[in-house]
Design a protein around this ligand. Structure first.
Ligand SMILES: Nc1ncnc2c1ncn2[C@@H]1O[C@H](COP(=O)(O)OP(=O)(O)O)[C@@H](O)[C@H]1O
Ligand SMILES: [Mg+2]
Length: 225
């Protein structure tokens, strides 16, 4: 693993109106290339909020997030879009697949947005489809797929561009344990092959234990757990 810092959170604070204390209170952490961290915490502890801030979808009250040496708050909207599309991948608890597009079209969406598919991308695509055992399902629509298949498609979509970092929010949260484990292990294998860093948000301690470092979020504070 090289030591390049991919993402840095520095003294981040975020409040929401109506809550008597900040959801995130002076949080700092660093993620290096190919590093895998888990952020755990009970429901409502601010895990998704932290991930939304890292994705540039919410703005902090104070503090700074740097991704690949770029300060998120100083980026123009189109620069933030480019960074999200080129360097980040996202997996959510509910798959967020587009219902009117086939599995393949959903997986290819990041390339469609970028405006084209190279030979290299095609090779990458078939490798990932094979690894996720989706060969026979690529022309199906999301509603024709099982929960596990849908989640595998959304993992394929997140990883297909070889992003620097994947932000995963309860990625297997709506699958049964056996499926969750299987899908998650394939995800980890793929990420390892591609050297992708992972930030996993989960309340599932067994999934968290598969990461190299576990943080716990409690009452706005983060600690190595
Ligand atoms: N957009 C928002 N407006 C107001 N309160 C919010 C908003 N998003 C999250 N919260 C509150 O912030 C707290 C943390 O939420 P969240 O980050 O979703 O927690 P977790 O993902 O750990 O379950 C909760 O009390 C939630 O109600
Ligand atoms: Mg959440």
């Amino acid at each position: 693993m090289n030591n390049q810092i991919k993402l840095k959170v520095n003294q981040l604070t975020k409040s929401f109106p109506g809550l008597d204390q900040p959801v995130l209170n002076n949080i700092s952490l660093t993620i290096k290339a190919a590093e895998r961290i888990a952020i755990t915490g009970v429901s409502g502890s601010g895990k998704s909020t932290l991930l939304q801030l890292m994705a540039g979808l919410e703005k902090p009250d104070s503090g700074k997030i740097t991704i690949l040496e770029k300060d998120l708050t100083s980026l123009k909207p189109n620069e933030l879009c480019t960074l999200r599309n080129n360097n980040l991948g996202f997996v959510y608890q509910f798959h967020h697949l587009m219902p009117d597009f086939t599995a393949l079209e959903n997986m290819m969406m990041p390339f469609t947005i970028r405006g084209g598919l190279t030979k290299e991308h095609k090779a990458q695509l078939s490798l990932i489809v094979k690894k996720l055992a989706l060969e026979k399902r690529i022309n199906h629509y999301p509603h024709e797929l099982s929960g596990g298949e849908r989640q595998r498609v959304s993992i394929a979509r997140a990883i297909i561009t070889s992003p620097d970092i994947i932000l995963a929010d309860e990625p297997t949260g709506n699958l049964d344990n056996k499926n969750a484990n299987k899908v998650f292990d394939i995800f980890l294998e793929l990420a390892e092959e591609l050297g992708t860093s992972i930030i996993l948000v989960t309340h599932d301690i067994l999934l968290a234990k598969k990461m190299s470092k576990i943080y716990n979020l409690t009452q706005g504070k983060i600690r190595v757990g």
